[in-house]
Design a binder for this molecule. Structure first.
Ligand code: MG
Length: 282
């Protein structure tokens, strides 16, 4: 595989609608997707999905575990609803995560990814221990897969890099990694993403090429933007990735619906190729 191949974060619905063909023509070769609607977990829909991906020549690099009932409306709502943090849904969401891991493995994906929710800053909080135990259980489940090791990637954004590093050490599993999303660090106001990338470099197994702007006030989230139109600085992001020796896919994430998302992927791909050329990556 070429260094830093182009990728997209794309939903199963768009894949089934034929979007990969256009993206392949635009130079994309890899994709991540999310937990699919239930019918895609079994035949015949699973086989149809797999064929669509194979026909377009795409490699699936990761599947994001997402859970029913999550909302990203504002910081307080994220804290209450997202990931493995809420104790009432933790056990059932661990099972959902395992199903997503099975689905990912069947598509040949090496990684699964998730926002696990805000990791409590106070490590004596019972939810901190709860999250550590949840991740240990999931990471151990992934190693049972017979096709080699599968990794769980923590999506960045809701914690500082130092807090995430400490949490990874606490879980103590080799297959716990990071999917580094620079825009999230900005949108959650957690820190400069390029400095964070230095801290988390040993664990980075995937990235989201996403852009965004800082929050306007306390308790708010910043806004996501089209790649190149936010405050990440895509050139300095790619330069830092090169510096730390990252060679994996550059997966563009664009959190808008409809055909415009595909247009923005294609424009983002052009931008990434131009920056890669300037930095001598390829
Ligand atoms: Mg992301």
């Amino acid at each position: 595989m070429a260094k830093m191949p182009l990728g997209v974060m794309i939903g199963v619905g768009k894949v089934m609608g034929g979007a990969l063909k256009r993206l392949a023509e635009a130079g994309f070769t890899t994709m991540q997707t999310s937990s699919p609607p239930a019918e895609y977990l079994s035949e015949p829909r699973f086989g149809e999905l797999k064929s669509k991906i194979a026909e377009a020549g795409f490699t699936v690099t990761s599947v994001a575990a997402v859970y029913a009932g999550e909302s990203y409306a504002d910081i307080e709502t994220v804290r209450r609803t997202v990931g493995l943090l809420p104790p009432a849904t933790r056990a059932s969401r661990i099972q959902d995560t395992k199903r997503t891991a099975d689905f990912a493995r069947a598509l040949g994906a090496r990684n699964i990814t998730s926002h696990i929710g805000y990791i409590p800053a106070d490590t004596s909080d019972p939810d901190y221990a709860g999250l550590v135990a949840a991740l240990q259980e999931i990471c151990d489940y992934l190693t049972r897969h017979t096709d080699g090791r599968q990794s769980f990637c923590l999506e960045t954004g809701q914690e500082t890099a130092e807090a995430l590093k400490e949490f990874i050490a606490e879980v103590g599993r080799d297959n716990l990694k990071v999917n580094f999303d620079p825009a999230n660090m900005i949108m959650y106001g957690t820190g400069d993403p390029i400095e964070a990338l230095d801290v988390l470099a040993p664990w980075v197994a995937g990235v989201h090429c996403k852009d965004g702007v800082w929050p306007k006030g306390p308790g708010q989230l910043g806004e996501e933007r089209k790649l190149g139109e936010g405050e990440v600085g895509i050139a300095r992001f790619l330069a830092k990735l090169k510096e730390i020796g990252y060679e994996g896919p550059l997966t563009i994430e664009r959190e808008i619906p409809g055909e415009q998302q595909i247009e923005d992927f294609i424009a983002g791909g052009k931008l990434l190729e131009e920056v890669k050329g300037r930095l001598g990556i390829g």
